[in-house]
Design a protein around this ligand. Structure first.
Ligand code: ARG
Ligand code: ZN
Length: 467
């Protein structure tokens, strides 16, 4: 797909796709209909997301039996056309589709790779609200990433673990899988009685009938698809509140309760500490899902319910909770800016360690896993703003990203730095942003020209020496 993303904050949605058969009604003043693009032009994941529409809401209803691994699902997508459409794509890698309708009319569709190409019975005019209902049944796949880690629908010994960054959500529901298209979500998950299904947002209801329990989860703040989860298994559930009244829901594999107790106990303190330096927690609920998924081996900041594939330490808990502000509420416009997510979460983790009496941020900055690395180390040979899809979750976006923030704090001073961070979280709340906007915001807040600073930390290879 030969589309280019705009270099500014927002991605360019191409006005036509690459499918070839544009039914152009032509002529000035006449409505124009064409195919939506098959991707939003993200250089790391060219097929991710789609052009021509904006999803407003996903309603994902399914029955899942861990014993058979069969999902029987109906996903309803409410969207608005951003161009006249005679065809559009969804991202979907899930099981066999048994029916697909657009505004109630059965519609033709084709599948190729992660693209689900839909030809609606009637053309959709620009600005039109439309509803797509997709029914499918079977076993959703495990998705392998460029770094060889796995995500998507990952079976465990008692259910399924569901991480989606950067490209796992199409394993279990069709959608517009790019962080630039956030939407609200409702999940209706029906599982065998005794099993728990934990999704993003608030638990609206939990009802058992004839041996099956339906959990309804509602995510009312906009969410990027990669942050969605409905993780299923045997869980010990605890509901509590922070002293500020924020509800906390934790689901912990009974085998991990003891090992994860210290990290779980810190959740209210972490949320309150970060709220004091970043501004209000962005969502109406917080929590954690701690599961046993040994083949996954990482944690993920799924919105309101970060998921852990083993018992986390306090540092990892702090990291995933910091992402609720940086990554989840304030999101990327393209994956190459991943340092904005991981650098902020890692630096937040350093600050929480200092706050609780551990190593100071200065000590962590100078340690041998950070600035203390030899100038000859290959660590310094990756550009922070372009790690590539294989190393996007490698050391550089995390550690050089966090070092960049600490160096910036030293350069502009504590007052300007914390003002910048609060402003960044507030201005971009529920939105999408970019490195370019971060630089301009830092220059505005500090009143300094930071061209050389950001050049050596973000855009050049090599260990920065003066900045
Ligand atoms: N964002 C996650 C974290 O830092 C890591 C996700 C890793 N995903 C992957 N496919 N390797 O907490
Ligand atoms: Zn992270």
């Amino acid at each position: 797909l030969g589309l280019l993303i705009a270099q500014g904050a927002q991605p360019a949605f191409a006005s036509s796709g690459d499918h070839g058969d544009h039914r152009d009604h032509g002529g000035p003043g006449k409505p124009h209909y064409s195919a939506g693009a098959a991707g939003v032009g993200d250089p790391y994941f060219p097929d991710a997301g789609n052009g021509g529409y904006d999803v407003k809401h996903y309603d994902i209803a399914f029955t899942y039996d861990p014993a058979t691994r069969i999902m029987d699902a109906t996903t309803t997508i409410t969207a608005v056309a951003t161009q006249g459409l005679n065809r559009f794509d969804l991202d979907f890698r899930g099981p066999e589709i048994t029916s697909l309708t657009v505004d109630g009319h059965r519609s033709a569709f084709e599948r190729s790779g992660q693209e689900l190409v839909v030809t609606p019975r009637h053309d959709l005019g620009k600005g039109r609200h439309f509803t797509v209902v997709v029914k499918y049944k079977g076993t959703p796949p495990v998705v392998t990433d460029p770094d060889e880690s796995i995500e998507g629908w990952v079976p465990t010994d008692d259910g399924v673990f569901v991480p989606g960054e950067p490209q796992g959500s199409p394993a279990w529901f069709p959608g517009n899988d790019h962080p630039t298209d956030k939407a609200t979500f409702t999940f209706h998950a029906t599982v065998p009685e005794g099993v728990t299904a934990v999704g993003n947002g608030r638990l609206e209801s939990q009802k058992t009938k004839k041996g099956w329990t339906t959990f309804v989860w509602d995510s009312r703040e906009p969410m990027a698809t990669y942050l969605s989860t409905v993780t299923i298994g045997n869980f010990t559930v605890t509901k509590s509140k922070t002293s500020g009244g924020l509800p906390i829901y934790t689901a912990v594999d009974p085998r991990l309760v003891t090992q994860s107790a210290a990290a779980v106990a810190q959740i209210p303190d972490i949320v309150e500490y970060f709220s004091s330096i970043f501004g209000p927690y962005p969502f109406d609920t917080a929590g954690a899902i701690i599961d046993r998924a040994p083949d996954v081996g990482y944690a993920l900041e799924s919105q309101t319910k970060p998921i852990f594939s083993s018992a986390p330490g306090v540092g990892t808990m702090a990291h995933e909770l910091a992402h609720q502000w940086f990554g989840d509420s304030v999101s990327l416009s393209r994956w190459s800016d991943i340092w904005l997510n991981e650098g902020f979460a890692t630096y937040s983790q350093w600050m929480y360690t200092e706050h609780t009496g551990g190593a100071t941020v200065d000590q962590t900055f100078n340690s041998t896993s950070n600035y203390g690395r030899a100038a000859t180390s290959s660590f310094w040979q990756t550009v922070t703003t372009d790690p590539g899809p294989v190393d996007m979750f490698g050391n550089v976006p995390y550690n050089r990203g966090a070092m960049t923030l600490h160096a910036l704090r030293g350069k502009i001073g504590d007052d300007a730095f914390f003002k910048l961070v609060k402003k960044w979280a507030a201005t971009n709340r529920y939105g999408n942003t970019s490195t370019a906007e971060f630089i301009s915001s830092a220059e505005k807040v500090s009143g300094m020209d930071l061209t050389n600073f950001f050049d050596v930390w973000l855009f050049q290879k090599g260990k920065p020496t003066t900045w």
